[in-house]
Design a binder for this molecule. Structure first.
Ligand SMILES: *Cc1c(COP(=O)(O)O)cnc(C)c1O
Ligand SMILES: [Zn+2]
Length: 413
């Protein structure tokens, strides 16, 4: 496959969020001086010299100038990105919102937003000469890394919690070279895993530290901007587990504003499960993030009780940008899922419906302008989930009976 890009990358290097130290574009998990998170820096003048019309291609690498991979031979794709931005007229009317859109991530190759960050993670692993990658996952990151790792011919060590939905398990078992199940939650394993990643020649493709991985998720914002006719929305509602999607979207909207493409940066709205809501709580109470143990939430992908430094970053974005945040309980998430399916025909998984459920709460609280352009992310397909059996009695294929059912259905309001 060939990718045409006017500039392969405008990335210039890494900078430390703690001490401001700068480093070349190499594989580093945190700042060698102060151990804070690193971020990728870009030559904004080079980006400002581009026009939206210069972007080419129909995968995530359309945005290659804004991504941190230097050599186009390392670009890897399963056809991720360019997901639909769908207007929700019926659901918008229900909620009293006149310009509501859904960025539906379920059409990505493994059915979730994770494929965006996986594409840049696997590309970076190749760029920095790794033969193996690893990730800790509740299912979605694992299947995404396993799939793209296979595509690149890398060894994949996927650590997945044992309660992951069976469709995700099958997917990971099929694609991963090494699938390792563990008991307990993400928070139980992550510290041990982090230590092991320091000593092994394995590319760390987890969400908590990886600098290059997060960059791929910026593309959700570039696409939204293009799909709105080269405009930023007024509000952008995104899920927050570790905070990657949220921070990446905010970074991208800021870049578009800085290079003069967008006239504004949207108000960022963070959505969490009530079972794992440390950022919503911290924003509401005005204090620091208080990590909490997670029991179980149906919104598996958001089950992170300690979002660590990326969580602090997300909180800072909310505080400085006067952003909004709301959480939703499991029943509220399932209600939002059913509402989206029935009113607009989109089948998103529970994790993917956390933003919509949180948005409904903010509407009830009259926290948003109903005339604003609101983009809500649905971060996964519903087809990878596991659900309680549908309780419905099967009938005999009797013509008269079926005719009666159809007549009754047509007559009903
Ligand atoms: C991982 C995940 C998220 C959010 O994760 P962040 O780490 O905050 O970006 C949201 N939705 C789905 C479906 C996910 O798999
Ligand atoms: Zn530092």
């Amino acid at each position: 496959m060939q990718w045409y890009t006017p500039v392969p990358t405008a990335a210039t290097g890494l900078s430390c969020r703690g001490c401001g130290g700068t480093y070349p574009r190499t594989y580093m998990l945190d700042c060698p001086a102060c151990h804070s998170l690193l971020q990728v820096e870009y030559d904004l003048e080079a980006l400002a010299a581009l026009r939206p019309g210069d972007l080419r291609g129909d995968t995530l690498w359309r945005y290659a100038p804004f991504l941190p991979i230097g050599d186009p031979r390392h670009f890897i794709s399963l056809g991720e990105g360019l997901t639909p931005l769908l207007r929700l007229p019926r659901l918008g009317q229900r909620l009293g919102l006149r310009h509501l859109y859904l960025k539906f991530e379920g059409t990505n190759p493994t059915g979730t937003v994770k494929d965006r960050s996986t594409a840049t993670a696997i590309a970076a692993a190749q760029e920095f000469g790794f033969n193996a990658v690893a990730v800790v996952s509740t299912g979605n990151a694992g299947s995404s890394i396993a799939a793209y790792g296979a595509r690149a011919g890398l060894k994949t060590f996927v650590f997945c919690y044992a309660r992951a939905a069976q469709p995700k398990m099958h997917h990971m078992a099929a694609c991963a070279s090494h699938l390792i199940l563990y008991r307990g939650g993400y928070d139980d394993l992550i510290r041990i895993y982090d230590r092991l990643m320091e000593e092994m020649p394995i590319f760390e493709a987890g969400a908590s530290r990886s600098t290059y991985k997060m960059e791929g998720k910026k593309t959700i914002a570039y696409e939204t901007f293009e799909q709105l006719g080269n405009q930023a929305p007024d509000y952008f509602v995104a899920p927050v587990a570790v905070g990657e999607t949220f921070i990446a979207a905010w970074r991208a909207f800021n870049e578009l504003f800085a290079i003069g493409w967008a006239g504004k940066v949207p108000t960022m709205v963070a959505a969490q499960s009530s079972e794992a809501n440390p950022i919503v709580e911290a924003l509401r109470d005005g204090g620091p993030i208080r990590p909490r143990p997670i029991g179980y939430t149906i919104a598996e992908g958001t089950a992170v009780g300690n979002p660590e430094r990326k969580g602090e970053w997300a909180l800072q974005i909310l505080r400085e940008g006067k952003g909004l945040a709301a959480d939703a309980s499991d029943p509220e998430v399932l209600e939002a899922q059913a509402l989206l399916a029935r009113t607009e025909g989109m089948w998103a998984g529970p994790t993917g419906c956390v933003p919509l459920a949180a948005l409904r709460k903010l509407v009830t609280q009259q926290a948003l302008d109903p005339d604003a352009v609101i983009v809500c992310v649905a971060s996964e397909s519903g087809l990878k989930g596991e659900y309680a059996p549908v309780e419905r009695e099967a009938i005999e294929p009797d013509e008269a009976h079926l005719r009666a059912i159809l007549r009754e259905g047509l007559a009903a309001g």
